[in-house]
Design a protein around this ligand. Structure first.
Ligand SMILES: C[S@@+](CC[C@H](N)C(=O)[O-])C[C@H]1O[C@@H](n2cnc3c(N)ncnc32)[C@H](O)[C@@H]1O
Length: 216
């Protein structure tokens, strides 16, 4: 199964790759790995999918929870208009530093702000400041935090905007374990009346899931 997943990821990436600055995005991966960051970013084909979703909703403002080295952030930020904004939240100062350098390398730094610290606190601050609503919130940090991030995201997203959750077919959910952070998050998006949600399989070195929840 993992070989098929890899084949699908490679096919989609090679098919659409020439439309995007793939060598640059590959550089982002390489720089993150050379800086000693873990290889846990989204795949290229998932990046394509999220880029297309950002275009579909006409995103001008995107919020990301979990920057790592800026790989998914680059896919999202490159779908924004030049005056658009990606705010990405990261706990680790070192990851944030690598992400900032990568956004600069990709020529996206003017439309990206990396906020360092626990995401729940950065989100609290954005809510308190009455930040302009976001078109997309992408959740991809500590899995135990997902349900809390969802509650906070609901206060920051516009009607018609989408909340994306990464890794939503992992965390034991396929084996019937609903108690993990992911299991609880999936239950929460399924039950939240203000959301209409789906989970689509995405291809990495293995199959995983991306939840897509539209507000309203
Ligand atoms: C799976 S990685 C993100 C990958 C990234 N979205 C990508 O695909 O390129 C998760 C990131 O979340 C960060 N993180 C973990 N707990 C966090 C927290 N409480 N607040 C903010 N970031 C956190 C980790 O340091 C790590 O960089």
């Amino acid at each position: 199964m993992s070989e098929l997943s890899q084949q699908i990821d490679t096919y989609i990436t090679n098919l659409f790759g020439p439309r995007y600055d793939h060598p640059l995005f590959d550089d982002i991966h390489t720089a993150a790995q050379q800086a000693g960051l873990p290889s846990i970013s989204i795949s290229a084909s998932q990046g394509h999918l999220m880029h297309v979703l950002a275009k579909i909703v006409g995103a001008r403002r995107i919020l990301e929870i979990g920057s790592l080295g800026g790989y998914s952030g680059a896919w999202l930020a490159s779908a924004l208009p030049p005056d658009g904004k990606l705010i990405t939240l990261e706990l680790e100062a070192k990851h944030a530093e690598v992400a900032r350098a990568n956004f600069k390398r990709a020529g996206l730094d003017e439309r990206v702000t990396v906020l360092v610290g626990p995401a729940s606190r950065s989100l609290e601050r954005l809510i308190a400041e009455k930040a302009e609503p976001f078109d997309i919130v992408f959740i991809d940090a500590d899995k135990g935090g997902y349900v809390g991030y969802l509650k906070q995201a609901l206060q920051l997203i516009r009607k018609g905007g989408i909340i994306l959750g990464d890794n939503t077919l992992s965390g034991g959910v396929l084996d019937g374990d609903a108690s993990s952070g992911i299991g609880q998050f999936n239950q929460a998006i399924a039950q939240e009346q203000s959301l209409t949600s789906a989970i689509v399989p995405v291809m990495k070195s293995h199959v995983d899931g991306l939840s897509i929840s539209v507000v309203g």
